[in-house]
Design a protein around this ligand. Structure first.
Ligand code: ATP
Ligand code: MG
Length: 249
């Protein structure tokens, strides 16, 4: 069953279409990479799926519900989580406190736990569990602002996971990371439960090859290829799209 479906998405800017009649669907539990040369429309599609931008036309459904006009925070409460290229952390708070806030912001925790006397303990326990799953327990008491760049990006993903989303969208998870940090990030994402679908925008083709079940390629706002990494990598259309660009698949 498809978790997230975009149908006929077009996004017009004055004089051109950043996206043109894009059809895209992400199955439950699937891991998908979205790639394409600079300016292809990847971030625009990401924002439209996440609710940060509206399409000029087209519809988006999530678990069968039309969410085309639903605000981003409502989508997040319903299980569509995303991280941003720019850091979204409370730098002055500890790693554990950042996760605790993310757990608390989640709808289920609000309704089921907050009323009870043990609410605080339950939330902290959940936050500790998330940290353990991410192999970040040793960093729990460190201030977020003191972490390395790679650990800050990992913390952002931990915060998104804290809400137990059904779809996790991550924007360039390895951008600016060292090879060691990149390898760690790939391991973190490989260990995510399959109850969660994963959609990443990624420029590092080794990361795409390691993580994605399928890859979607955008060029000039149009989906030019979609399939397994081998199919996409060997596609003439895709190879042509990258000729002259800075990056090759
Ligand atoms: N607010 C805007 N107004 C006008 N044009 C825009 C706007 N936002 C994006 N664009 C244009 O839309 C096209 C797609 O941009 P987008 O940022 O989605 O590309 P991208 O695939 O994410 O590229 P990159 O790999 O460089 O991040 C580009 O030509 C961009 O200049
Ligand atoms: Mg972009």
């Amino acid at each position: 069953m498809s978790a997230l479906i975009a149908t006929g998405i077009t996004r017009r800017y004055s004089g051109f279409n950043a996206l043109e009649d894009v059809n895209f669907s992400l199955a439950a539990g699937e891991r998908r990479a979205l790639i394409g040369p600079n300016g292809a429309g990847k971030s625009t599609l990401f924002d439209i799926l996440g609710g940060q931008r509206e399409p000029s036309s087209g519809t988006i459904t999530f678990d069968g519900q039309d969410i085309t006009r639903q605000p981003a925070h409502q989508r997040a409460l319903n299980g569509l989580a995303r991280t941003f290229q720019r850091n979204n952390l409370c730098q002055a708070l500890s790693v554990l406190e950042n996760i605790r806030l993310a757990v608390q912001a989640h709808g289920k925790a609000k309704h089921d736990l907050m009323r009870h006397a043990k609410a605080h303990t339950a939330i902290v326990e959940r936050a500790e569990q998330v940290l353990e799953n991410m192999s970040m327990s040793s960093l729990a008491m460190r201030r977020a602002g003191e972490l390395s760049y790679g650990d800050q990006r990992k913390l952002e993903i931990a915060m998104a996971i804290a809400s137990e989303p059904r779809v996790l969208m991550v924007d360039e998870p390895t951008a600016g990371m060292s090879p060691a940090e990149t390898a760690e990030m790939v391991a973190v994402m490989q260990n995510l439960p399959r109850s969660m679908s994963l959609l990443i925008v990624e420029h590092d083709m080794d990361v795409v090859a390691a993580l994605a079940d399928r890859t979607t390629v955008l060029q000039n706002g149009i989906v030019i290829a979609e399939g397994s990494w081998d199919d996409v990598r060997n596609s003439e259309v895709v190879q042509r799209a990258y000729i002259g660009g800075q990056r090759t698949p």
